[in-house]
Design a protein around this ligand. Structure first.
Ligand code: SF4
Length: 316
């Protein structure tokens, strides 16, 4: 089972993404607290730690935490915007601490779209430099992307660009935008995606990746918007495999254990007669934010349903 432990090490960032789901409160954890959390992880049945934040590379203790994790045989990785990793010397220091994997967040292959979404000039150029630095240092790279209004029409073009320029990258993750804690500005609100538009370019992106033997996951998107790729839904996988994750938040939520109940979102009238209902999480935050989304009841044969389940159980 792939149970994952997320540790937020700080809540500040050098990008200013409009849709950021963890607004800054300027908190950070001490080196000792970080070590304590890593040691606690050791005693549980978890597969790896992900250091996150707003931006974990802004923590001066990150390299020591990575070193400590590796010294007690805990696999770890980081999620980063790539700003600090545009400096090759910094990436070499991560490698010396035995970091093996970085998830970078790329929102679009179009420079001005990425820079607009991060509200940070040069963030696109720095991110591409960071990817090169990591690959050159023999650190694996995976790409994360938030699905939003400004990239929803070209998710497929973005992955084709990445595969062409960085063929070493083998895994891609899409997170449908999480509006719950994002800023309350008009620009932030304008980033909410149109599911009807996004699913078309997403399905093209997934088909392309499958054709070139790459792997992928999609989070917070109802299954009727990713037909034929249900096995790649993070929530569906968690429901089928009964997996969980722990997130250590740097705010009043503190430690949250996300078990199967967490992977169920809002269900609509159409879901009642849907054959995917049992393994679909439904619409995330329907009542408050995504009430404009129209879902579609799906009809599948028994064989098709079993295929989805066995594909999830087969692939790690
Ligand atoms: S109709 Fe409901 S249950 Fe069926 S795939 Fe869509 S959101 Fe999921």
């Amino acid at each position: 089972m792939a149970n994952i432990w997320y540790i937020q090490v700080n809540r500040f960032c050098n990008n200013k993404c409009h849709f950021c789901s963890n607004p800054s409160n300027w908190e950070s954890i001490s080196f000792e607290r970080g070590k304590e959390l890593i040691n606690d992880f050791k005693g549980r049945d978890y597969s790896w730690i992900i250091f996150t934040g707003w931006e974990p590379t802004l923590s001066s203790d990150l390299i020591e935490w990575i070193r400590h994790s590796n010294s007690i045989w805990m696999d770890c990785r980081i999620i980063s915007n790539g700003m600090a990793c545009s400096d090759l010397d910094y990436v070499k220091r991560l490698k010396l601490a035995w970091l093996n994997l970085i998830h970078f967040s790329l929102y679009s292959y179009v420079e001005k779209v990425h820079d607009f979404l991060t509200a940070t000039p040069w963030s696109y150029k720095k991110l591409l430099q960071a990817v090169q630095n990591a690959l050159k240092s023999w650190i694996n790279v995976q790409l994360n992307c938030v699905i939003n209004k400004y990239n929803q029409s070209h998710l497929d073009k973005t992955v084709k660009f990445v595969v062409k320029n960085f063929p070493q990258i083998n895994h891609f993750v899409w997170n449908n935008l999480d509006p719950k804690m994002m800023r309350k500005t008009q620009v932030a609100k304008s980033t909410l995606p149109d599911f009807d538009v996004a699913w078309k370019s997403l399905v093209k992106a997934l088909s392309f990746l499958e054709s070139v033997w790459k792997t992928f996951r999609v989070e917070r998107l109802p299954l009727c918007f990713m037909r034929w790729f249900e096995f790649a839904s993070t929530e569906t996988r968690k429901i089928v495999k009964d997996e969980e994750r722990i997130v250590h938040f740097l705010d009043s939520r503190e430690m949250v254990r996300q078990m199967w109940e967490y992977w169920e979102h809002d269900k609509l009238e159409e879901c009642k007669g849907c054959d995917l209902n049992g393994i679909c999480a439904g619409v995330y935050e329907y009542k408050e934010f995504y009430n404009y989304v129209e879902v579609e009841t799906q009809k599948l044969s028994e064989e098709e349903k079993l295929d989805i389940i066995s594909k999830i159980r087969e692939v790690k």
